[in-house]
Design a binder for this molecule. Structure first.
Ligand code: BGC
Ligand code: MN
Length: 242
């Protein structure tokens, strides 16, 4: 019987390179995280076999927010991207919620030419795209594109808006969002309680454009409290408090 998951070939920190070829894509999967151990386990067991079948040179980086401030998904993604580049010369990032499990191997986690929104059809959303500008859930961005738009805004504390802000950044820079067909880009969402929404998100979003150049990678401040190379992932513990 074929092994369910070839974890033996994984390098420490959840890194992988195909054995018999040089991969064409070096992909850092960045997973913002806090207090979702069960989801994380499911995610890792689910993803490694797929990514290996896709013959990618990849690593999974779980970026955990220390402390009890509101969750800042966007800043975790910024920090995770920067930290991943200290480990390897990744060409692109896949920003990935921990509770989304992809369903179809044809949903390729390769580096995109244009930014690619990947979680097009999610079961909890009746497998329908909620709105054309949606860039949340799972999305892939090249390193150059990410740097061009100054990464994500760091101002979004709590749930919502940060992905819409990224959409605005991308389109402002004349990038457009690519998507695989909805019959391929399918995901299941693991059930969970809804996080605390950020009531300021609409206001932040409205005024977002003014901050594109000053708020993002250029203003990102964080402390790395720990980096550990686990078997199935690299854990990066991040503290934003000063
Ligand atoms: C929020 C986004 C979220 C989307 C789908 C929007 O209202 O601003 O952050 O991804 O809803 O849930
Ligand atoms: Mn979720």
């Amino acid at each position: 019987m074929e092994a369910i998951a070839d974890f033996k070939r994984l390098q420490p920190g959840g890194r992988y390179q195909p054995a018999n070829c040089v991969a064409r894509h070096r992909v850092a999967i960045i997973v913002p995280y806090r207090d979702r151990e069960e989801h994380l386990r499911m995610f890792l067991y689910h993803m490694h076999p797929v990514l290996q079948r896709q013959q990618l040179d990849y690593g999974i980086f779980v970026v955990e927010q220390a402390g009890s401030d509101a969750f800042n998904r966007a800043s975790l993604l910024n920090a995770g991207a920067m930290e991943s580049l200290k480990q390897h010369d990744f060409q692109c990032f896949v920003f990935h919620d921990v509770d989304l499990l992809m369903e179809d191997d044809r949903n390729l986690y390769t580096c995109p030419q244009q930014p690619r929104h990947m979680s097009v059809a999610v079961d909890s959303m009746h497998y329908k795209l909620a709105y054309p500008q949606l860039f949340g859930g799972v999305s892939a961005v090249n390193r150059e594109q990410f740097e061009l738009v100054n990464g994500f805004s760091n101002q979004y504390w709590g749930w919502g808006g940060e992905d819409d802000d990224m959409y605005n950044r991308l389109t402002f820079h004349h990038l457009y969002i690519a998507r695989y067909p909805a019959n391929i880009a399918r995901y299941k969402m693991v059930k969970h309680k809804h996080a605390k929404v950020n009531p300021k998100r609409f206001d932040l979003l409205r005024k977002g454009k003014k901050r594109f150049t000053t708020d993002g990678l250029s203003s990102l401040e964080y402390q790395v409290k720990d980096v550990s190379l686990e078997k199935l992932y690299t854990r990066v513990l991040i503290d934003f408090s000063r």
